[in-house]
Write a protein that binds this ligand. Structure first.
Ligand code: FES
Length: 70
């Protein structure tokens, strides 16, 4: 699913960047380019970041419906 429409960044790309060590909005902005244009995706990026713990492990809700249920 596309999270950042402005830069065409998917949730998978964001998860991959987080697994590679990007652990803040600033790091994800640098790695993926998210939230650098209109900023409307910023809350969704924070939601994804919040699903990851400090060790980088995560229980990732895969779909919108799973995310809404979480
Ligand atoms: S949707 Fe991400 S910056 Fe516009």
């Amino acid at each position: 699913m596309i999270i950042c429409v402005c830069k065409s960044v998917s949730d998978r790309s964001i998860h991959s960047a987080i697994h590679a060590g990007a652990n803040s909005l600033e790091a994800l902005q640098f790695e993926c380019g998210v939230a650098l244009c209109c900023g409307k995706c910023e809350n969704a990026v924070f939601d994804i970041l919040s699903t990851h713990n400090s060790a980088g492990d995560t229980a990732i809700p895969i779909s919108f419906h799973e995310r809404a249920a979480a």
